[in-house]
Write a protein that binds this ligand. Structure first.
Ligand SMILES: Nc1ncnc2c1ncn2[C@@H]1O[C@H](COP(=O)(O)OP(=O)(O)OP(=O)(O)O)[C@@H](O)[C@H]1O
Ligand SMILES: [Mg+2]
Length: 227
């Protein structure tokens, strides 16, 4: 399903932190949303999610750290069942096996609490929870910044493989141009609460048009990465 929004904006403490913004997201499109810290990426992500959900669309959100999604006092099974209930499914009725296998957490002990799982496994579990309802769009806000680069890349690769058989579009919010360039077909660059550039990933990386994009490309730290 193609998703289209317009007039998204946000004001905090009398300051406009997101200027009126429109966005079209094609079915299955993989967009990386990049920009300097404070440019408004997370704000756009939140406002976009609220807008689409208010229209009845299924939109999942994966936060930066698994701690934001997982209660240290509850078992992994509890989290899974709570998420199923919240999404309107009977606990235990969804296809956990396929998601766990796709995200390589099938050996995780669901009786354990989050801290008994590695952070990489925890974040892949959170991503699996986000995929339970086969969302139209999944928004991941720096989902791998707390992981080492190899686990981060592997996690995004697993998610990429899973998405191949599904219609879920994806927005990855990241500072990491290497991760963005790895699979995203479209790059959106934000600066001071505005989208200043949107083009194919290859185009932005090869021919950045704006100072914000030029600066990001010039300061990339991934030149040696096999992306
Ligand atoms: N609740 C709030 N009250 C006041 N200002 C806010 C609030 N939330 C965000 N801001 C400001 O809005 C701007 C955009 O914030 P946002 O978190 O969207 O940026 P970001 O691009 O996601 O940054 P980062 O890369 O550091 O996560 C920043 O200047 C931030 O300080
Ligand atoms: Mg942010």
């Amino acid at each position: 399903m193609n998703l289209s929004v317009s007039g998204l904006s946000a004001t905090r403490s009398g300051r406009t932190i997101l200027h009126p913004t429109s966005l079209d997201i094609a079915q299955c499109e993989y967009i990386a949303l990049v920009g300097a810290s404070g440019s408004g990426k997370s704000t756009l992500g939140h406002v976009l999610i609220d807008n689409l959900r208010s229209r009845g669309l299924r939109v999942a959100h994966v936060p930066q750290c698994p701690e934001e999604a997982l209660d240290p006092l509850r078992s992994m099974r509890f989290h899974w069942h709570e998420t199923e209930r919240a999404l309107g499914f009977d606990p235990g009725s969804t296809d956990k096996k396929t998601l766990f296998t796709a995200l390589k957490i099938q050996d995780g002990d669901l009786q354990k609490r989050p801290w008994a799982w590695s952070r990489g496994m925890q974040q892949r579990f959170v991503i699996a929870m986000a995929l339970i309802s086969a969302p139209d769009l999944i928004v991941l806000d720096e989902p791998t910044s707390a992981l080492d680069p190899i686990i981060a890349a592997a996690t995004m690769d697993l998610l990429g493989q899973y998405r191949k058989g599904h219609d879920t579009a994806m927005i990855l919010i990241t500072h990491d141009l290497g991760l963005a360039a790895r699979h995203a077909s479209t790059l959106i660059v934000m600066h001071n609460g505005r989208i200043v550039e949107k083009a194919s990933t290859v185009e932005v990386l090869k021919h950045p048009q704006t100072d914000a994009a030029k600066s990001l490309v010039a300061h990339r730290i991934w030149a040696a990465m096999p992306c």
